[in-house]
Design a binder for this molecule. Structure first.
Ligand code: SF4
Length: 308
């Protein structure tokens, strides 16, 4: 059997099997920013076969895809201190300006795969600072995208991870807000409701990216239609984790797994409608692989027992 690919391993969006319906979210899996970055990595690896190509951090939060790139000769480094030559690829999350400066000073070739929508967040953050607003970034302070955005804004600003955290801060009169691209829209509304009575002027750039919004809306819709949702994708992927949170917020039993092998037969007990979705860093074939596994488990559960 050939290795599963998007071309030879596609399943229908709704699968019926012995009383079980498996529904796939309308929007799920790779976003165009991740596809673009992966193409850049593969093109760079092919063009510089004699050179060592590294990504600064795993190019996406998906261990299986990262392993596959390693087999093509692309390894990942944690810091620029680990190399003195070759090519370094900046991943979709972007980096602060000093990282480009350091790479250039070391004579490295830099391939910038920062998602253009992340570049937009960086620019908006800088604009707010230049206009005299106190910058608020709504996002995870440990996430590379937020660290990069803060760096492009001159490292001045407040990062708020949870809306309720804003209650612990004192804000000046003029506050400018940008948002990590993978945040939840509802959580942004909560933050703005808390900020509004605390500031005289708030300027907001809602920089949650469209692919994130589409995946969250599709996950919410899916959660309404089914009894159980399986979210597949890297545990380190914030957009994948948010999809699971969105489904749980809808009161639907939700499991977040990294690959099809983690799916447990007991999750199907008494279930007639099951949904599958995936974050922006999950390839389509992983979702299809999961659906095949669920079909196999369901078929075995309903197969007649051999006579004894
Ligand atoms: S999730 Fe959005 S910001 Fe991130 S890579 Fe995809 S399109 Fe770009």
């Amino acid at each position: 059997m050939p290795a599963p690919t998007m071309e030879n391993y596609h399943v229908a969006d709704t699968v019926q099997l012995n009383g079980l319906t498996i529904r796939k979210a309308v929007h799920a899996g790779y976003c165009w920013g991740v596809e673009r970055a992966l193409e850049m990595v593969e093109e760079t690896a092919a063009a510089r076969a004699d050179d060592r190509v590294r990504t600064l951090g795993p190019v996406i939060h998906n261990p299986r895809v990262v392993e596959s790139l390693e087999r093509q000769g692309v390894s990942s480094i944690d810091t620029l201190d680990e190399i003195d030559s070759g090519t370094v690829i900046i991943r979709t999350h972007g980096v602060p300006p000093e990282v480009y400066e350091k790479a250039t000073a070391k004579g490295l070739d830099v391939v910038d795969a920062t998602c253009p929508l992340v570049t937009l967040v960086q620019r908006k953050a800088r604009q707010l600072v230049d206009e005299g607003y106190h910058l608020v970034i709504f996002g995870n302070p440990q996430h590379p995208e937020v660290i990069g955005t803060l760096g492009h804004a001159g490292a001045s600003g407040t990062v708020i991870q949870r809306p309720e955290d804003a209650r612990q801060h004192q804000f000046p009169k003029r506050v400018g807000v940008v948002v990590q691209t993978t945040q939840e829209t509802e959580r942004l509304s909560e933050l703005l409701a808390i900020l509004a009575p605390r500031c005289k002027e708030i300027k907001v750039f809602n920089t949650i990216c469209n692919p994130t919004i589409e995946r969250q809306e599709a996950a919410r819709e899916l959660a309404h239609q089914v009894e159980v949702v399986i979210v597949v994708g890297g545990k380190g992927s914030s957009n994948t984790r948010h999809l699971a949170e969105v489904c749980r917020e809808e009161g639907t039993r939700t499991y977040h797994i990294e690959n099809a092998a983690e799916f447990e037969a007991s999750w199907l007990e008494g279930v007639r409608e099951l949904g599958v979705t995936a974050g922006a860093s999950t390839p389509g074939w992983m979702m299809d692989e999961l659906i095949e596994r669920i079909r196999g488990v369901a078929a075995r559960a309903t197969a007649p027992r051999p006579a004894t």
